[in-house]
Design a protein around this ligand. Structure first.
Ligand SMILES: [Zn+2]
Length: 457
């Protein structure tokens, strides 16, 4: 197991680096790990990956199917889950099973759910009754990839693994599942989680680009529900209960705003401890007054990781983000004390549907922008690789910016009251701006005034 431990450590370090980097630019796609707790109420979300799964729980539960059992237990506690489903792994062949208890247990080249050669027992495509039940009982479905194929390579652990060649293949895989769920179950998917959290595509793009195209949020998690690490069965079950119990005992608010990761499938030893642990987990949470709600419900109540409802800017930012505007950084922080720059102001203010269209056209055009858009952005010092590139042509077309940049601003210029007043008056001529400082303004001030201008609140 040493190689796996090392790999896991390397992965954790890399994840921290990515997280830091993710705090630098605003993004329509936010990585949702957890959200700020709300005053006076405890909310938590639970995600279940790799299902729906019609295989019976293993080894000692009498339920007909794992997902059916999870749904029964959730119902008992009036809890709502987020099922991070797949389409099917039935086409992931030729393949052979790897070593039992290793990452390749279910296949060397691909993942297979619930197991190799029994692919028809899992996934929305072949388990329509379970998908129907999930949605019918008020749970949420998110997109874990139609075929659960890696978005890109990770050589250390997944060296022999097949992966998509480019982002267009990733998007078409995501679309396939999205359209299936939309067409047959009338359920709009709002988030996705990449298989094994592999973010980079082989052609240098990322899961964020794919999710932006799909209009999704990036579904992560903050609390490991456990059970995927193999030991003996009783220990696997208690590994799913004890950490949760200890956390709640130390601080009853510990799970507030968190997203718990679980599996709607087997661990590496083909067992399903979640079947025997879930009831106790929900009992513990219920005892402490938690409401278990879907990730989308959680995000509507508390959208940001760093800013909760005790902050005055919270309501303004929440209204903006619920209307689809791009307000938060990629790591889902608001950073209200940070100085706002002009690129952010433009990015936050353009109409979401137009910004989305601009981006999709760019991806569909194989990452080439029309010359006209390039020229508009260039005047503001923005290249097509810049995360705010797409906002500039939209802002010029909508009259928020003057072509040719007569004011000599660029994306990094700090926003002052003079810049803000001039810009917001173009959005809403009646706006009364509440700015006392003459120096650079914080994101708090910019966000509040932008919400007043855009939403007239
Ligand atoms: Zn998975």
């Amino acid at each position: 197991m040493i190689i796996y431990d090392l790999a896991r450590k390397a992965k954790t370090g890399y994840k921290q680096y990515l997280k830091q980097r993710a705090g630098r630019f605003l993004s329509p796609v936010r990585r949702i790990e957890r959200v700020a707790p709300l005053t006076g109420k405890r909310y938590v979300a639970m995600t279940f990956d790799d299902g729906p799964c019609a295989m019976p729980p293993n080894p000692n539960n009498t339920a007909a199917s794992l997902t059916g059992h999870i749904l029964d237990v959730l119902k008992k506690y009036n809890a709502k889950g987020t099922f991070d489903v797949i389409g099917t792994t039935e086409n992931n062949y030729p393949d052979v099973a790897g070593k039992e208890g290793s990452f390749t247990w279910g296949g060397v080249r691909y993942d297979h759910y619930p197991d190799i050669n029994t692919d028809k027992l899992a996934g929305v495509k072949n388990q329509p009754d379970l998908a129907e039940r999930i949605i019918g009982e008020g749970h949420e479905i998110t997109n874990h990839g139609y075929a659960h194929i890696l978005f890109g390579k990770i050589r250390l652990i997944y060296g022999k693994r097949a992966c998509f060649d480019n982002i267009h293949e990733v998007i078409s895989d995501l679309k396939k599942l999205d359209e299936l769920v939309q067409k047959y179950y009338k359920h709009k998917i709002r988030a996705g989680r990449p298989p094994h959290y592999v973010d980079r595509t082989r052609d240098g793009h990322s899961a964020y680009d794919a999710y932006r195209y799909m209009n999704y949020q990036y579904l992560a998690a903050s609390f490991d529900g456990g059970g995927w690490l193999v030991s003996d069965y009783e220990k696997e079950v208690s590994n799913m209960i004890r950490p949760l119990e200890a956390a709640l005992k130390a601080d009853p608010d510990a799970l507030s705003g968190q997203i718990i990761f679980q599996k709607d499938g087997c661990n590496m030893a083909r067992r399903t401890p979640v079947a025997d642990a879930l009831d106790k987990q929900l009992e513990l949470l219920t005892e402490k007054g938690y409401s278990v709600i879907t990730v989308s419900e959680l995000l509507e109540l508390s959208p940001f990781e760093d800013t909760g409802d005790t902050e005055p800017v919270f309501e303004y930012a929440r209204e903006l983000i619920n209307a689809g505007f791009c307000v938060a950084y990629r790591n889902n922080t608001l950073q209200p004390d940070r100085i706002a720059n002009f690129g952010e102001l433009v990015m936050m203010s353009v109409l979401p549907a137009k910004l989305h269209r601009e981006f999709c056209d760019y991806v569909d055009g194989n990452f080439h922008a029309p010359q006209e858009s390039e020229q508009i952005a260039k005047a503001y010092g923005i290249t097509p690789a810049h995360p705010y590139f797409h906002a500039f042509p939209v802002a010029v077309r909508d009259g928020l910016l003057k072509p040719g940049n007569p004011d000599g601003l660029d994306a990094n210029t700090p926003v002052t009251s003079g810049i803000l007043i001039k810009y917001l008056t173009r959005i809403n001529p009646d706006i009364r701006i509440d700015v006392s400082s003459s120096g650079p303004l914080t994101r708090r001030v910019v966000t509040e005034n932008l919400a007043r201008a855009l939403l007239k609140i």
